[in-house]
Design a protein around this ligand. Sequence first.
Ligand code: UGA
Length: 437
Amino acid sequence: MRIAMIGTGYVGLVSGACFADFGHRVTCVDKDKAKIDGLNEGVMPIWEPGLEALVKANAQRGRLTFTTDLPSAVENAEAVFIAVGTPARRGDGHADLTFVFDAVRELAKVIKPGTVVVTKSTVPVGTGDQIEKILREEGVTDVSVASNPEFLREGAAIADFKHPDRIVVGADDDRAQDVLREIYRPLFLNRAPILITGRRTAELTKYAANAFLAVKISFINEIADLCEAVDADVQDVARGIGLDNRIGPKFLHAGPGYGGSCFPKDTLALLQTAEKAGVDQRIVRTTVAVNDDRKNSMVERVARALGGDVSGKKIAVLGLAFKPNTDDMRDAPSIPIVNALVERGAKVSAFDPVAREQAEKIFTRIEFANSAEEAAADADALVIVTEWDEFRALDLEKIAEILRGKVLVDLRNVYDPAEAGEAGLRYYGVGRGRPAS
Ligand code: UGA
């Protein structure tokens, strides 16, 4: 199958590379010339485990090419995927579809009858209808429009793409269904279930999935607060409820609140869709508020652990990316935490294994260390913000030696409180019983 992938962000690049790996001929298009030049030279615009090798292998076999020339890519394609960004519009949280519609207008000039246009970007309900309308206005007929939302996670993107829990295809006609079945055929061998739905249903399914996961996280975060008040352990509560198959163990890790490029944006966009439809979504609305408050209040935990005041203190921060295995800083919980620490007069020394370059654009008033130990040296407290694997195996006794203040604030519950105590640290986790005063 010949595929054009418009947009080489996270979703576009990973999907394009994986489709090529399935044996399809994929052309990835982006307006950003520097990005395309880099990709043609094997330079990845994002840090994602396994991506570079996958891109290089498929480019070498001639199945994966990169261009800024949209018409040439679309002209020869049997399926055109739209994977451009749909950022939240400033102020109101609406998904901004400018990039999507611009791409549609451009592809309309060259697309051949019989082609299937597929949205892979997360787009609000009804976007497929709007795309059809634009195509009609541009004089294009006999083109199918389908929705195929992507559920991959950053940091595990390739594995998620190749071993999905399900593939959702929203297609109202047979041709679109057939083309998408053919594209995903290699995954059926892995027994990945494909769910064929109406186009609007598929569009909504993506938002509902992300919103539900966000609800799960905020739920366990509030339970963690309750655990601290009543001296219970949220790790055990999460395990105790997660072993119930109806609940499931995933996305029940209490922490500093969810971040990233998806949950914050998609929950807001879902609320906008609901408002437009005149249907209140109280649970999602509350989830958004709970998460915003949580991220902003994390600095209080650090302050409490230091006796109420962080001014003049040196704080070591481990992990800045919104989650491990990515250099993505979008809506990262580290941002409000570090900014508030600096505002309150603390001196911050931070270490992240890969996000430093991105973080340097955001934090201008902090020091960047080259290792966890370097950050911790002479600090009053060590705060774990992102649970990179390398922070799971710190030599706690050594940390206790070099940390002046002997305070470990573990916002990801990486360590066992007793073990940290034995190493000589005062441990403050999230929801791990009544915090020491
Ligand atoms: C999320 C979804 O998990 C993907 O299925 C979806 O495709 C993607 O959004 C998207 O819409 O493109 P992602 O944002 O990459 O993926 O990252 P997640 O692993 O879902 O984590 C999101 C945030 O939730 C992170 O800040 C993470 O630390 C937090 N989280 C996650 C928790 O605080 N607790 C948990 O138990 C799980």
